[in-house]
Design a protein around this ligand. Structure first.
Ligand SMILES: Cc1cc2nc3c(=O)[nH]c(=O)nc-3n(C[C@H](O)[C@H](O)[C@H](O)COP(=O)(O)OP(=O)(O)OC[C@H]3O[C@@H](n4cnc5c(N)ncnc54)[C@H](O)[C@@H]3O)c2cc1C
Length: 401
């Protein structure tokens, strides 16, 4: 593949695509808006066919070396008494790693072969039949053969090439905040969840006993705020959790100090097409589903398929490759959308009655007889996109063989 490709976004989808494109001969630049690689985030799990992707990237051992090793998840009441215990497979799949650790692994795997530009972003895109002229916010302009937006829910490439975010975003009625904090609760490979109507709190500690990951999910009307104003985000969470019981006051104090706060709406992105000419979208930028929608695994699988299709189509075949990539990944994205729709109500049920109903469901599912069925359903979702149709080697390697 003799192509110059610009990828916007250096989290999960972007570096995975960069890896597979450089493996297949392309020259890749990744531009990331943040000044450095962003750490933090929830644990992300892999199941079923997604495990094969980690093997093909020769990443499985490295992921296992950093896996969270999370054990059971417990629902607790205001006094800390355990109401329900759920086995780790519920949330942690076959292997689970922190999102930030995964991003770091992907960056380390690609940084020798890929040009990374931090602290900049695409300001304008102007394409013709032979290439794409990109103007960067810091002032430079460069020409590429293709541009891929892997820049998440609030994608700048999508805004530049497809239109404003509001046109494609569906708000699901909830917000989430996540951050790391000292493991003050002394958790040992265990996660705790506490609920009051419309608000949920999760805290867990896995691989690093000194550190815990905290998460808040709460129902809300759509709020207007500046995404980049940390103090405003903290204030939103503080207000929403005022007066909450259990260990919530302690978690709110930790929130003030958190080095890596992530705050966003639970929202989905729906687009009629994932490409416009020489510009394509990948991962959350194209099909964000929200928590529970297999977003990380599918972003990586989609990156693999996109690189394989571009490689198979040859240097002038990007339009066909984009169409085939979209046809291959759409069904799995739709499964993710369906799965994630209920996540807010599940993590933060609206009433006491709904909390109790959710807990009864948990108890049933963790029953030994039903657990295999639950595992089959989650693996089925992860298997809605497989790599069977995609050979491991590049088109060039197959021609030379
Ligand atoms: C720091 C962080 C923490 C997260 N924590 C959670 C969590 O707790 N719960 C959850 O459900 N999901 C979380 N996510 C989202 C989750 O990573 C994705 O849903 C999933 O992994 C798919 O990844 P993606 O690469 O498509 O998008 P993302 O992981 O969202 O990555 C997008 C990347 O693009 C960058 N970016 C954004 N705009 C621009 C721009 N205009 N130009 C260049 N770069 C840009 C972002 O800084 C980010 O690095 C988090 C994402 C990040 C970046």
């Amino acid at each position: 593949m003799d192509m110059r490709v610009l990828i916007s976004g250096a989290s999960i989808a972007g570096p995975t695509l960069a890896y597979w494109l450089t493996q297949r001969g392309a020259q890749v630049t990744v531009v990331e808006r943040a000044p450095a690689l962003r750490g933090g985030g929830h644990g992300v799990d892999f199941r079923g066919a997604q495990m094969e992707l980690l093997r093909r990237m020769d990443l499985l051992d490295a992921v296992r070396a950093r896996e969270t090793g999370m054990g059971e998840q417990r629902v607790v009441d205001a006094g800390g008494r355990v109401r329900v215990r759920m086995p780790s497979a519920f949330f942690s799949g076959e292997v689970e790693i922190g999102r930030g650790d995964l991003a770091q692994l992907l960056y380390d795997r690609t940084s020798d072969d890929v040009e990374y530009v931090f602290g900049d972003h695409v300001a304008a895109i102007d394409q013709d039949t032979n290439g794409v002229d990109v103007t960067f916010a810091r002032g430079g302009a460069r020409r590429f053969d293709l541009v891929v937006g892997a820049d998440g829910l609030h994608s700048g490439v999508r805004a530049a090439a497809f239109g404003p975010e509001e046109r494609f975003r569906t708000f699901l009625g909830y917000y989430q905040a996540g951050f790391t904090m000292p493991n003050e609760l002394g958790l040992d490979h265990v996660g705790l969840m506490y609920n009051e109507p419309g608000r949920g709190v999760m805290v867990s500690s896995g691989r690093d006993p000194a550190v815990a990951g905290a998460g808040f999910v709460f129902s809300s009307e759509e709020l207007s705020y500046d995404r980049h104003d940390r103090a405003a985000l903290v204030e939103i969470v503080r207000r929403r959790y005022a007066g909450a019981g259990w260990e919530v006051p302690r978690l709110l104090r930790a929130l003030d100090q958190a080095p890596d706060l992530y705050f966003d709406a639970l929202a989905q992105i729906h687009l009629d097409r994932w490409s416009q000419g020489r510009v394509a979208l990948l991962g959350d930028a194209a099909w964000a589903a929200g928590p529970g929608g297999s977003g990380t695994g599918l972003a990586m699988m989609g990156a693999y398929v996109l690189a394989a299709e571009l490689d198979a189509a040859g240097d002038r075949g990007h339009a066909a490759a984009f169409a085939r990539y979209e046809a291959a990944v759409r069904k799995a994205a739709a499964v993710g959308h369906r799965q994630a729709k209920g996540a807010g109500g599940f993590l933060a049920p609206p009433t006491e009655k709904a909390i109790r109903r959710r807990d009864r469901g948990y108890r049933l599912l963790s029953n030994r007889i039903l657990l295999p069925l639950f595992n089959r359903i989650t693996a089925g979702a992860a298997n809605s996109l497989t790599l069977d149709a995609y050979p491991h080697e590049s088109a060039a390697a197959r021609t030379n063989a």
